[in-house]
Ligand binder design. Structure first.
Ligand code: GUN
Ligand code: ZN
Length: 435
């Protein structure tokens, strides 16, 4: 079998760390090797054992002394918002109405959508992200552009056309029927094709009529294995508006519960202003709460309560939420996540952070046997990290003694410069723009 063997310091998780010193939760190999062939990981072990692999023609890529990890996973991001990042607004609803709902109208033009999709994947790869759950716009052509480009690059991606039929400019509205028809057609075409997955994507309760939510429920019933992604309890103004629109339902999560949209493949962005009942419903349905720290701080939405969510046994993912979010980097995202939790008096250790951006997010997407781990049979989506890539980080590395300290430095000061390489299905992709 020909293939490739990556040599370096290998780190992969096999469980959620119980605490900062839970060394049982991960495997770390000081002089390790990851063998890949045909887009998959074939073997992981000591470098000295690599010679015993039946891969005589394998190309060896020596990444020492860098860290070799599973590619990062982003569980909530809006690809059409690349040019919305850094828009100045009072709060979420002003930000949406002033910038986002204007910008997204440009995706009616399929050439614009194709251009941004290419630049989007370049950016993810630059930052070491190999899988994302992405929102497109209301326009089916925006989803076509996204999936076409992802397929060209052989990326494992999740995405869906946004459904929205009220409270937005006419250029950004579908109808209950067209939203259903177009989503169904896109799902039939793209879900399960290559490494692609479809997410049924009602934007949020504020922009969908009860009729649209009913038809979304029909779609979810027809395709129970598809992802569902939406937003909930992000800002107080949004929560109040949801209450006005659905006065007879108990709360905001209750809207999605009522329309049968919750379940283990449902990703709910933000989940900041949650009642106890809502957390209990998240747990009962197995729905995932997605923590978006840079976005929540930038828009001023609030501070995610990770401990409370964990006490309720709710599943948690973590994400950039570009363009409310301000960085494509999962390292920066966890850096800001750490700060949010510090402000709440909650602890987030470096090994928990790196678990969250790899296996934790793979579990949030129910893809833990496929991505987020370096194990035989998993996809060969891999990131190589160099904690000395930046002069001031190299200086600090002189003092670093433990793996945890190195991870914390990568998280606190790292960005695209520390990503030495990103492998997509076993192929080096960073700096190799397919665009
Ligand atoms: N709620 C509904 N749509 C959006 C969006 O595009 N970004 C964020 N942050 N929240 C939303
Ligand atoms: Zn979002």
């Amino acid at each position: 079998m020909s293939g490739r063997i990556l040599r370096g310091r290998v780190l992969t998780f096999h469980d959620e760390p119980a605490g900062p010193d839970d060394h049982q939760s991960y495997r770390y190999i000081e002089d390790g090797a990851v063998a890949v062939a045909d887009g998959k990981i074939v073997a992981v072990g000591e470098w000295s054992e690599a010679l015993t692999l039946a891969m005589p023609k394998a190309e060896v890529i020596d990444h020492r002394p860098h860290l070799i990890m599973p590619g990062f996973i982003d569980t909530h991001i809006h690809y059409p918002q690349m040019q919305v990042v850094g828009s100045y607004a009072k709060d979420l609803l002003e930000w949406l109405n002033t910038y986002t709902f204007i910008e997204e109208q440009r995706f009616a033009d399929e050439r614009h959508a194709a251009r941004i999709a290419g630049l989007f994947f370049d950016e993810l790869i630059r930052y070491g992200t190999t899988t994302a759950a992405a929102y497109c716009t209301v326009h089916p052509q925006s989803a076509e552009a996204f999936f076409t480009e992802a397929e060209k690059r052989n990326l494992r991606m999740i995405a869906g056309k946004v459904m929205m039929d009220r409270n937005a400019p006419p250029g950004l509205l579908d109808t209950a029927q067209s939203g259903y028809d177009e989503s169904r057609r896109l799902l039939e075409k793209w879900d399960g094709r290559g490494r692609l997955h479809y997410a049924i994507t009602p934007r949020f309760a504020l922009t969908s009529t009860p009729e649209q939510l009913e038809m979304t429920q029909d779609l979810v019933r027809e395709y129970p294995d598809a992802y569902v992604q939406t937003h909930v309890n992000e800002s107080l103004g949004e929560v109040a508006f949801a209450k006005e629109l659905f006065p007879n339902l108990p709360d905001y999560v209750g809207v999605y519960e009522h329309y049968g949209l919750l379940g283990p493949k449902t990703l709910l962005g933000h989940c900041i202003h949650m009642t106890e009942r809502e957390i209990a419903v998240m747990y009962e349905t197995g729905s995932v709460a997605v923590f978006c720290p840079t976005s929540n701080l930038f828009i001023g939405s609030g501070l995610f309560d990770r401990d409370r969510m964990r006490a309720g046994n709710a599943r948690i993912g973590v994400a950039t939420d570009i363009g409310g979010g301000t960085s494509y980097s999962m390292l920066k995202t966890l850096d800001e996540g750490y700060k949010v939790l510090q402000l709440k008096g909650q602890r987030l250790s470096p090994i928990e952070s790196f678990y969250m951006m790899t296996l934790g997010n793979a579990r949030a997407l129910s893809l833990e046997h496929t991505i987020g781990v370096l194990e035989p049979g998993a996809d060969a989506d891999i990131v190589v990290l160099d904690a000395r890539a930046v002069p001031h980080m190299a200086l600090k590395m002189e003092q670093v003694e433990t793996l945890s300290e190195e991870l914390f430095l990568l998280q606190t000061c790292g960005d695209d410069r520390v990503v030495a390489q990103t492998y997509v299905a076993g192929e080096a992709a960073k700096g190799v723009s397919a665009w």
